[in-house]
Design a protein around this ligand. Sequence first.
Ligand code: ADP
Ligand code: MG
Length: 450
Amino acid sequence: TWGRVREILREEVGQNNYRNWIEPLEFAELEAGVATFLVPTNFMGNWVERNFGDKILRRMIELGEKVSRLVFVVAETGRAKPAAAKAANGAAPAAARARAESEELPGAPLDPRFTFDSFVVGKPNQLAHAAARRVAEGGPVTFNPLFLYGGVGLGKTHLMHAIAWEIQARNPELRVVYLSAEQFMYRFVQALREKQMMDFKHLFRSVDVLMVDDVQFIAGKDSTQEEFFHTFNALVDQNKQIIISADRAPGEIKDLEDRIKSRLQSGLVVDLHPTDYELRLGILQTKVARYREQYPDLVIADGVLEFLAHRISTNVRVLEGALMRLFAFASLVGQEITLEKAQDALSDILRASDRKVTVEEIQRKVAEHYNIRMSDMIGPKRQRSIARPRQVAMYLAKTMTTRSLPDIGRRFGGRDHTTVMHGVRRIDELKVGDTQLAEDLEMLRRSLEE
Ligand code: ADP
Ligand code: MG
């Protein structure tokens, strides 16, 4: 029966998942309603149980097995790695095995949690979400490449995996490859070293959908960029879909060749904005609801989620971490999570996101960067070499703190709020065409956030 279940699952979960998670499972026995599987590692057992357990169970029952529970046992026969497990199963002749391996797709596994279903849409990410959906659904008009960018923890990887899942579900025969730019480089360097560039080129040029995550990583890595560029062009020429992510817009990635920048901009470029309060609350509520399906006893007092949405930074990963901590806390003490307990359990996270940048810190940093005096920053001089840095500082003060325009004006030697507004607008306009300025802003913002 397991052989048939596997075949059904192969269709259901897609080729990549099948190969990564289902194929390495070894059916051991079915005793008193308990089906036991051998797995190479504990991690894998947990993963399969969590993400594919229900599917496996359901299919086995459908095929008439009297099974009510699955158990995953780490096999002790020294088969520490999935690759080794395959070899141990492998009655296949060496030649056939080698062929199968060389045809393997070069992608990284997809996270089963990162689907469109679990992605909460709000104002800051609705464009990116809509574009991702459109690309995943295919159709006559699509965007190629789709370029997604945004800060850390805003959902780029989640959206990319969601696209991959969706495409695979719709067209199981398509070769969808997802990997990080770092993995791309690693594969490239490995191919160079082992003199297998032909295989490498063949492999990457034969995929139907290529997704490269965090492409800023290859900036400054010249030969990897070169190869990426050729792969990119070859795929676009064949009308294959390409999806790229980065932590900033193509034009703002330093040390990336211009021809690559312009290639990356030639399709649709969309950004994920920092989350706002509503989106954070929506994400928290969704995650709590999902958690409650498994642990109905969980009680969270009114106001706790609102408090978290208010107080925790824009990074969704940090938000999730806080929530996981609360869940763990609740299951340990078995009590309702009150606002007080939440504050207690999360004090370190709250303290970290409490650290706010002050206008003065911004002024100092900017003055230092442009090599002007702090007294000039807030003084009356109007020549450009001083006025421009001052406007940069105003811009950062407006976008990085919650201070009002009049308040910021006061801190710039008692300037009027319209002066501040003018400065902020000016920088906003300039940064579009002035890449040096855009880079400066990004650099300053980063170092101020540290
Ligand atoms: P990035 O790749 O942009 O750094 P990720 O995609 O890894 O960010 O997201 C970080 C975490 O936050 C992931 O666990 C992801 O599922 C979650 N996340 C981000 N945005 C959303 C969203 N809109 N809805 C649900 N979960 C989200
Ligand atoms: Mg990511």
